[in-house]
Design a protein around this ligand. Sequence first.
Ligand code: T3D
Length: 266
Amino acid sequence: MSESLVLARQQGPVLTLTLNRPTALNSFTEAMHQALRAALDTAAANPEVRCVVLTGAGRGFCAGQDLSDPMVAPSAPGEPPKDLALAINTLYKPLVQRLKSMPVPVVAAVNGVAAGAGANLALNCDFVLAGESASFIQAFAKIGLVPDTGGTWLLPRIVGRARALGLAMLGDKLPAAEAERIGLIWKCVADAALADEAGKLAERLAAMPVKALAQTRAAIDGAQHLTLDQALDAEAAVQAQLGSAHDYLEGVAAFGAKRAPVFTDR
Ligand code: T3D
C-alpha cells in the first residue's frame, strides 16, 4: 500500500518521487509520510541516485496535513484534545531533517497548489520550480495554527520578515509567478514545460559534484546562525574535507586538461 502513495521513477541518475493521493491534493497522511521517508532513505543509500525530483500527482502538489486524519482531526467534545506535537515530532520534523541531510540535491517540481506543510515541504528542497498555475499558501493561520514544517525558520530567511509575516498571517494564495518575483522560489515556468525543466535541472545537478552541493546546502543553512568569523572557520573545515576528495582532484584535473569532469563522489 505504502508504495503507491509515493511513486518512484529512476531515469539515469535522476529519481523522481511523486506524491500520489491526488483526490485529496496529495495531503499528508501518516502512511504517505512513511512512504516518502522510506523513498528518500532508499534514494540516500543508493549511489546510482545523484538528484531527486519531488512532485505531485494530479492537479495539486501537496495540500499539507490531511485534516481528516485521525491523528490530527479535532477530538469530539468530551474527548481529550489531540496532541499535534506528536505529528510534528514523529512525522514532519524527521521529514525536514531527511530532506536537509540528503547527500544529493533535491528539486521540487510544484505542479499545482502547495498549501500548509505542502508549501513548506517544497521550500525545504534545494530548488523550487513551479508551473505557472501552481500556488503557495501558508494555510496554517486559517485553521488557527502557526507555520510548521520549518516555515517559521525558512520564510523570514527566504523572503524577509515583512513578507514572511504577510504570507503567514494572511494565508493568501501566492501565485507561482509572484513567488518567483519575491524570491520565494527559483523559477516559475509554463505548466507544460515543468516536468521537462525540472528534468533538465536535475540532470545538470546530477552531473555536478553532488557531495559538494550537499555540503553547500549545509554550509549556507548553518551559516545563518554564525558570525562571519565562525562562517569562515566552517568554510575552511568543509574545504579541508572536500579538498582531499576525488571530485576536487577530478575537477582541477579536468580544468587543466580542458575536458569535461566526471564527478563520482557522493
Ligand atoms: O499535526 C498537525 O496537524 C500539524 C500539521 C499541520 C500541517 C499543515 O499542513 S496545516 C495546513 C493543512 N492544510 C490546509 O489547511 C489546506 C486545506 N486545503 C485547502 O485550503 C484547499 O483544498 C486548497 C486551497 C489547498 C485547494 O483548494 P481547491 O478549491 O483547489 O480544492 P478543494 O476542492 O478544496 O480540494 C480538493 C479535494 O482535496 C477536496 O476533497 P473532495 O471534496 O473532492 O472529496 C478536499 O477536501 C481535499 N483536500 C484538500 N486539502 C486537504 C484535503 N483533504 C484533507 N486534508 C487537506 N489538507
